[in-house]
Ligand binder design. Structure first.
Ligand code: ADP
Ligand code: MG
Length: 337
């Protein structure tokens, strides 16, 4: 006998999460594809965690690619291949006749970008595809009362985009999406270390610095870490001690842009909903929500309480899972066949 299966996909720039109806979130993997470049066209040899592990540990013929950039698909075939592998894994070898996929898109993407996500899900084996906007999924996953006649504000900061949205009565009332998030934080750290210490560091090192000592606001027990990079003056390896304050300075400009986006979204929010937000607070989700003191910084700058969602990295995927359980594949008024 053949079954039908409903699957939710949070297609993120940094991580892809898959939920299966009745089981919840079952896959959390980096959005990475490893390719054997000796083949034409290059052959996919691994996806997700396995692909990420291969970076730097394989012969030069294998390279790792991130098929999404700034929240949108930058390599369509790679994205389709990656999704197909995840969908297969989610179905655990069961023969499924009809797969319905609910997949996420950032809130302000072009028609072409939206269609690319839809088509990639189809290529991955979905018979039927519905799209849900990330902030809506994040708000549902964070447990906000999206269906009620009250304003909720969600700020989702991922690898590629920062999405700010006000939701009421099951729909997005106002939203802003900027291509300023975790990846740009890492780039800002690279640029800062280069400028201040004449040291060239890689993306992984920059992300490690952000995770280990990074912050948006001063915190107790700030430490220092020694990083190794290439001295730009003589091209030799060099060690430099980087402080938490360095990272905060590096992140100042990107964080200002995020704060400004929250502020302008609030300014565009109808007064009644804005007062609900003042009462209930702003909710942060996505991996960026875990940056130390980001809640404090936003709260101080906009004068509203800020709370971090429980399991911020899971919110968007959890939101799709809730929709699947309720058999509600058309939330937020968007219909896509
Ligand atoms: P996406 O939805 O774009 O795939 P995620 O919500 O999965 O993104 O978040 C990934 C981003 O969050 C990455 O840029 C990662 O560096 C960042 N991140 C994860 N944990 C932390 C942390 N503890 N502090 C700061 N940034 C973090
Ligand atoms: Mg995300």
């Amino acid at each position: 006998m053949l079954f039908s299966q409903d699957i939710g996909i949070d297609l993120g720039t940094a991580n892809t999460l898959v939920s299966v109806k009745g089981k919840g979130i079952i896959i959390r993997e980096p959005s990475v594809v490893a390719l054997d470049v000796r083949m034409t066209p290059p052959k996919v040899v691994a996806v997700g965690e396995e692909a990420k592990r291969m970076i730097g540990r394989t012969p030069g013929s294998i390279t790792a690619v991130r098929p999404l950039k700034d929240g949108v698909i930058s390599d369509f075939n790679m994205t389709s291949d990656m999704l197909r592998a995840f969908v297969r894994k989610a179905m655990a070898g069961n023969p499924i006749a009809r797969v319905r996929v609910m997949i996420t898109i950032p809130s302000s993407v072009t028609e072409v970008e939206r269609k690319a996500v839809h088509d990639a899900a189809k290529n991955a084996g979905a018979r039927y595809v519905s799209l849900i906007e990330e902030p809506m999924a994040a708000a549902i996953g964070a447990g906000l009362p999206v269906a009620e006649a009250t304003g909720s504000m969600i700020v989702d900061i991922g690898g590629g985009t920062c999405e700010v949205a006000v939701i009421s009565l099951g729909d997005i009332v106002t939203s802003r999406s900027i291509r300023m998030a975790g990846d740009k934080f890492d780039e800002a750290i690279i640029a800062y270390v280069r400028r201040k210490y004449n040291l060239l560091i890689g993306e992984r090192t920059a992300e490690d610095l952000k995770l280990s000592i990074g912050s948006a606001y001063p915190y107790a027990g700030e430490g220092k870490v020694t990083v190794r990079g290439r001295n730009l003056l003589d091209s030799l390896p060099k060690n430099v001690e980087i402080s938490a304050e360095d990272i905060r300075e590096a992140l100042e400009d990107p964080l200002t842009q995020i704060v400004e986006t929250v502020r302008t979204t609030l300014e565009k929010t109808p007064p009644e909903l804005a007062s609900d937000i003042v009462d209930r607070g702003i909710i942060l989700s996505g991996g960026g929500a875990l940056l130390r003191g980001l809640d404090k910084l936003i709260a101080k700058e906009v004068g509203i309480t800020v709370k971090i969602a429980k399991n911020p990295l899971d919110c968007v995927a959890a939101g799709t899972a809730v929709c699947l359980e309720k058999d509600n594949l058309h939330i937020g008024g968007k219909r896509n066949g």
